[in-house]
Design a binder for this molecule. Structure first.
Ligand code: PEP
Ligand code: MG
Length: 332
């Protein structure tokens, strides 16, 4: 089986009938970028920029950020010839993902209800200058290394947030372009769909973004009202829930209807049983931890798109997680 998988390392992801699906990697540091390249990732679908801000007391300034992004972009680009797209997620901080260096700047983020508080994009909008710094550093590093950068915002819940973040990104881009920056193509701007509000409003949000990337880890947490870090409840919900499957289906449909690429970058994308079925729902990019890449590519290529579509629709009929699991395991 290992040999079977090896054949996929240098090939692009596709269904048996040749429908292309970008098989990207989730990366959290320079080492991860190297590993992603070794495993044949066609791009980085989720760069968790948090790596730069953790385990330190002083917040990195713009120059330090730019240097770190350059190193990471080069580490990925040098390791493989086929893909150079990198989707950078802006800093996803909050009481659930604490960063002392950030708190030293903007005050304590401790909250009684960390998952529901000042997180992700909400912090960007309260502290715009920090986001501007990060965007400038990312854009300059992209220019210096020749990678194709895309920008993605975490924890979006409303259209107003998207509009403000896009406008701000456009301002930063225009400012740098005024000073000679040229990126071709111009960076696409997308959002993580990881709140129920974003999933329910996907048809509206689609018109305001270039792409969606579904964060199934947080989406699961918020749809099921299950704290992903609390073993007492998280373990009760170990399996794919029908409610989560329906939410993903709705987002994929909205993206397709508006001609926007829909990706999945949560853990579900890297499950070989589930990844191809996400493609059946309309997802065209799967981003996962590098060790999962070959197995997902290999399974996706076993069947044509119509088969994955049919099975994905069948799963929408499941009424319980047990039933859904049973259906999943019965799929060839
Ligand atoms: C997610 O929520 O699914 C996701 C990919 O982001 P993170 O796990 O970093 O919160
Ligand atoms: Mg998340």
């Amino acid at each position: 089986q290992q040999q079977q998988r090896e054949r996929w390392r240098g090939r692009p992801g596709a269904t048996a009938d040749g429908v292309p699906v970008a098989i990207f990697a989730n990366v959290g540091d320079e080492e991860g970028a190297k590993q992603a390249a070794e495993q044949g990732a066609e791009g980085i679908g989720l760069l968790r920029t948090e790596f730069l801000f953790g385990g330190r007391e002083q917040f990195p300034d713009e120059q330090e950020q730019e240097a770190a992004y350059r190193r990471l972009f080069r580490a990925f680009a040098a390791g493989q010839p086929q893909g150079k797209t990198i989707i950078a997620r802006t800093l996803d901080a909050g009481a659930d993902k604490p960063f002392p260096a950030l708190e030293a700047l903007i005050g304590s983020l401790q909250e009684a209800n960390p998952a529901l508080g000042l997180r992700g994009a909400r912090i960007h909008l309260c502290h715009e200058e920090l986001l501007r710094q990060q965007l400038r550093a990312l854009l300059r590093a992209a220019q210096a290394t020749g990678i194709t950068l895309q920008i993605m915002f975490p924890m979006i819940a409303t259209l107003e947030e998207v509009r403000r973040l896009r406008a701000l990104t456009e301002e930063v881009l225009a400012e740098l372009e005024g000073r000679g920056l040229r990126l071709t193509p111009r960076p696409a701007v997308g959002i993580m769909v990881e709140t129920p509000a974003a999933a329910l409003m996907a048809d509206v949000l689609a018109r305001a973004v270039d792409f969606f990337s579904i964060g199934t880890n947080d989406l699961y947490q918020y749809v099921m009202a299950v704290d992903r870090t609390n073993g007492r409840v998280a373990s009760l919900f170990g399996r794919l829930e029908p409610a989560v499957w329906r939410a993903i289906a709705q987002v994929a449909r909205a993206g397709q209807q508006h001609g926007r690429l829909v990706a999945v970058c949560g853990e579900l994308a890297g499950d070989p049983l589930i990844g191809p079925l996400l493609v059946g729902l309309g997802v065209r990019e799967l981003s996962m931890n590098p060790p999962a890449l070959l197995a997902v590519k290999e399974r996706l290529a076993r069947q044509p798109l119509a088969y994955w579509q049919e099975q994905a629709q069948r799963l929408l009929q499941a009424e319980t997680a047990a039933e859904l699991q049973h259906m999943l395991e019965s799929i060839a």
